[in-house]
Design a protein around this ligand. Structure first.
Ligand code: SF4
Length: 178
């Protein structure tokens, strides 16, 4: 596992690496039953080298903790910070898919949480996060093994709009039952 972490950290397959301080690979919870997949590191994550440690990440982590969900392996669809926090392109998502699927293959989780539209696109190849959030979808890994995907709104979006915050918290509560 560690050589793969090192390989991921050395990846420069797409142009995101040129602007990022480092490749942000979670190096901790490899025996988790849940994998949480966000969009990409933000500026705080880029600096610290840990996923979901900025303001919206802390909100997500607190929500998981308050429902006693975890331990979870937390990662992103793209492992490098996109300049100006822009949305990763289709090409960048495709380039980084190898690392996402490697993590899924290592962990073989019961459920993968797609946090926001980019993660939904990366995991299931489809858009429509507002319509699909809270539903259980199926996708498959590179070996053709099926896995369950549970899409939720991104915590950054939830922090912007009260109605989205309610949906976000409702979905996190439901995740505890899956
Ligand atoms: S975003 Fe992913 S594919 Fe692109 S350089 Fe970073 S680790 Fe490699």
């Amino acid at each position: 596992m560690m050589p793969l972490v090192q390989q991921a950290k050395a990846c420069a397959l797409c142009s995101l690496r040129r602007h990022a301080s480092q490749v942000v690979v979670s190096n901790d919870v490899w025996d988790a039953r849940i994998v949480i997949v966000g969009e990409a590191p933000g500026p705080v994550e880029d600096r610290r080298g840990e996923p979901f440690v900025g303001p919206s990440g802390q909100y997500l982590r607190q929500a998981l903790q308050s429902h006693e969900i975890g331990p979870a392996h937390i990662t992103n669809t793209c492992l490098c910070y996109p300049p100006g926090c822009r949305t990763p392109t289709r090409y960048e998502i495709l380039c980084c898919k190898r690392w996402l699927h490697w993590q899924i293959d290592m962990i073989k989780p019961d459920v993968i949480v797609a946090v926001g539209g980019t993660a939904l696109r990366g995991l299931c190849g489809k858009g429509g996060i507002v319509r699909l959030r809270g539903k259980i979808l199926e996708s498959e890994d590179v070996r053709g093994r099926a896995y369950r995907v549970f899409p939720i709104l991104h915590p950054a979006a939830a922090l912007r709009r009260e109605e989205w915050k309610e949906l976000f918290e409702r979905d996190i509560a439901r995740l505890g039952d899956l």
